[in-house]
Write a protein that binds this ligand. Structure first.
Ligand code: HPA
Length: 235
């Protein structure tokens, strides 16, 4: 047991899928894993371990935002010897070409968070995905004809409701495709602990066109993303 995860040693698989929403973790366990059992309910941040195509896999909610994700990723890396964490989340698209329901494989994650400013004492660190996971996810995703796949930079913002959204323009002008709230901390922690991480996000809403997805569409694309994450993580 660690501070926030009530699991016995060995109860968490080397590969963890990490949605923000703990109920999404339950949904993934129920719909994609065989013989899944719940190993954590501390603060309702559900975690499950089961198997996918015979391989052990865990799925752990992270909560919203980098401070929350960092608690779970840190404990999984340091106390449960987790090798790979794949975030499976949603994002808001910042450029017209990336439509709702598309999947974004985050090559790197910019941020406005103070976490890395403190960690790197004012120097700018570039948090990036594990190349092996990224390449595997790209191969798996682009072999499917039911999802549009983009690879590129995303922005991990501290605020879902930023007071001045115009501040994102220079980011967009430098290739940032979408915004979410967790990937930058995940990539940084994986680097610190010499582990693997990738963030895969489905576009749930469009910050340029205003388009949104229905809950049914969100579930469908979320399912495709989970399949891509499982196949990529176990390659
Ligand atoms: N902002 C931040 N995170 C998000 C968004 C957004 O617009 N959409 C989905 N996750």
């Amino acid at each position: 047991m660690s501070n926030h995860i009530d699991a016995a040693p060995g109860a968490v698989a080397p590969l963890v899928l990490m949605p923000g929403d703990p109920l999404r973790a339950k949904w993934i366990a129920e719909n994609f894993l065989d013989d899944a059992t719940c190993y954590n309910n501390v603060r309702g941040m559900l975690g499950f371990t089961g198997t996918w195509q015979g391989h052990p896999v865990s799925v752990q909610g992270s909560g919203m935002g980098q401070p929350s994700l960092a608690i779970y990723a840190h404990e999984l890396f340091t106390e449960y010897d987790v090798d790979s964490i794949i975030r499976v989340g949603s994002c808001g698209a910042l450029v017209e070409k990336v439509g709702v329901r598309a999947i974004v494989l985050a090559t790197g994650a910019c941020t406005d968070s103070g976490m890395n400013r403190v960690r790197f004492e004012g120097l700018d660190y570039a948090p990036v995905a594990d190349f092996g996971l990224l390449r595997a996810a790209y191969d798996v995703a682009t072999a499917r004809d039911d999802v549009a796949t983009w690879t590129g930079l995303i922005f991990s913002g501290d605020q879902f409701y930023p007071p001045r959204s115009e501040v994102m323009k220079p980011m967009v002008d430098h290739g940032v495709l979408a915004v979410e709230m967790e990937a930058s901390a995940l990539y940084t922690l994986a680097a610190e602990h010499n582990r693997r991480a990738l963030a895969i996000c489905t576009v749930s809403d469009h910050l340029v066109t205003g388009e949104e997805t229905s809950s049914h569409e969100r579930e469908q694309t979320f399912g495709a993303m989970v399949e891509i994450a499982l196949a990529a993580g176990l390659r």
